[in-house]
Design a protein around this ligand. Structure first.
Ligand code: UN1
Length: 512
């Protein structure tokens, strides 16, 4: 197996848009404001990146504006053909890129591969979509008039993505935005820059071989200051931002001030309701994967378990047992279920949350401590944690990006739904039950208030074909499949009068 450092060394990229070093060559020096990128897996330095200067930023915007004029002229199926090629290149690099994601971010190798697969899938979806950007024909109230809707590209789309899905979220946005005729500027998380550099490199290969300008897709390295700059920049028509609710609130205000468009995909606080009518054996792995997958750092991670009182005690024993079987360690070793948290700040948040829960009267059933997994590993490995909670536990309402799950008891399905909805966030939710009545109640308008509502599967691991996003503090945006593409285009309502008279709508008479 190639080491992730070797994969990086293979890619000697010279671009005006970012500078980086592989750690071995140390080409980094452009600016004082940069950072060392350390793998949470083994504490080794992967490389160093430097942030883009203001001059560099202007360069990126100008290049993107130019590229837009070329790109929008290509018919949508032609743009789809380019996105198809991106998907094909990603398929070739699935193993290498998946390994790098796992090493840089700390998710399990299987999840690293899964993330690349998600990118390939969305490229295929977008390729098909490029022939289906349908408008609507509307019946006009006036004779000899044709009324219809059509969709045009917006211009520059800014994508701000988070460390937990360092590349898939970029692909959901970029593949769709591109077939819609936009060009994209991507600001990835500064915690996982190398996975994004590889994607940029792969895509520039595709663009070059088709004689297309690089500015169709640009990469910006920077911290939140550059994110703010993008949010305030009226040359960027749409900002699609994924991250914390605090970040989204800030982005929304900056974009709102200039009346720009935004798609926000923010925090989740996702619950699974486990009914007494559930097939518990099937539910258990879904529940455990939801809680500990990506070390609890997905926005769709299962954070709350709402369990029927009749099965509560037995289930809690099973869950505790399952949690204690979780193998924690190097995520590149496929025997392990769970890797590290992203960094020491994340570990501190894990402890802080557990301390707060205790202070607020909750009981730690399992976990709650750091795990030492060997000499060559980092200090970022923690034990998956079960916290038995009172219905009113305050800390349960906040999202902590860590493998912590709260468990509470319920009596009636109505009460369980109320608990599900009783948090500020509204991303994903699930009910395990074989009882038709409660299933339909959960899915009805009186049921879950989340953007995603699942039956007999967990809260995480959504397919790309559906629209992805959530309500309330999750931000309300939708990305990925279904008709989410409409947010990446501008709608135009057109009325054509092909008659010889000029009748006015609403029957208004106006004679000159
Ligand atoms: C995220 O955590 O920001 O549904 C995205 C899922 C993944 C995407 C998560 N497909 O868990």
């Amino acid at each position: 197996r190639k080491s992730p450092i070797e994969i990086l060394n293979k890619l000697k990229i010279e671009s005006p848009f970012y500078s980086y070093s592989t750690g071995l060559e140390n080409r980094y020096c452009e600016e004082t404001k940069g950072r060392r990128i350390i793998s949470p897996v083994d504490n080794r330095q992967i490389g160093e990146i430097s942030f883009l200067s203001s001059e560099g930023y202007e360069n990126v915007i100008n290049t993107a504006e130019h590229a837009f004029l070329v790109w929008r002229k290509i018919p949508a199926p032609g743009r789809g053909n380019i996105v198809r090629q991106l998907g094909e290149e990603l398929r070739k690099e699935k193993e290498a890129l998946g390994t790098l994601i796992s090493y840089e971010m700390g998710k399990s190798l299987q999840e690293g591969y899964g993330e690349v697969q998600e990118m390939i899938d969305i490229c295929e979806f977008a390729t098909g979509l490029s022939r289906q950007l349908y408008g609507l024909q509307i019946q006009s109230e006036r004779p000899a008039h044709r009324l219809f809707e059509q969709w045009h590209p917006l211009g520059i789309v800014g994508v701000i993505s988070a460390f937990n899905f360092p590349v898939a979220v970029w692909a959901w946005n970029t593949a769709i935005a591109l077939v819609c005729g936009n060009v994209c500027i991507w600001k990835p998380s500064e915690k996982t820059p190398f996975s994004s550099i590889v994607c940029q490199e792969i895509f520039s290969r595709v663009l070059k071989s088709n004689n297309l300008p690089e500015g169709i897709s640009s990469l910006i390295m920077g911290d939140l200051e550059i994110g703010k700059k993008m949010a305030e920049d009226s040359r960027i028509s749409l900002i699609s931002a994924t991250g914390s609710t605090a970040m989204g609130r800030d982005v929304a205000q900056r974009v709102g001030k200039r009346l720009g468009k935004s798609i926000l995909e923010l925090g989740g606080n996702n619950a699974i309701i486990l009914s007494e009518h559930a097939d518990i054996e099937k539910a258990l792995p879904a529940l455990v994967f939801g809680a500990i997958g990506t070390a609890g750092q997905r926005c769709t991670s299962t954070r709350r378990l709402i369990v029927h009182e009749n099965i509560y005690n037995k289930f809690l024993r099973q869950l505790k047992n399952a949690f204690e079987q979780i193998k924690i360690g190097d995520p590149l070793n496929e025997e392990n279920h769970m890797g590290p948290l992203i960094d020491e700040d994340a570990v501190n948040n894990y402890y802080l949350t557990i301390e707060l829960a205790k202070k607020q009267g909750a009981k730690i059933i399992s976990g709650g401590k750091m795990v030492l997994v060997g000499d060559n590993c980092s200090q970022c490995y923690v034990a998956p944690t079960i916290i038995e909670a009172d219905l009113n536990l305050e800390i349960m309402k906040t999202e902590t990006f860590a493998p912590i799950v709260y468990i509470v008891k319920y009596k009636s399905i109505e009460e369980a739904i109320k608990l599900n909805n009783n948090v500020p966030q509204g991303l994903s939710s699930a009910l395990f039950s074989l009882n038709l009545r409660e299933v339909e109640e959960f899915l009805s308008f009186e049921g879950s208030d989340c953007g995603i509502a699942n039956i007999n599967i967990g809260t995480s691991g959504a397919e790309i074909g559906g629209a992805f996003g959530g309500e309330k503090e999750t931000g309300g945006g939708r990305e990925s499949g279904s008709d989410a593409w409409k947010s990446y285009m501008r709608r135009q309502t057109c009325t054509v009068n092909y008659g010889t008279d000029l009748p006015l709508a609403q029957g208004i008479k106006f004679n000159l």
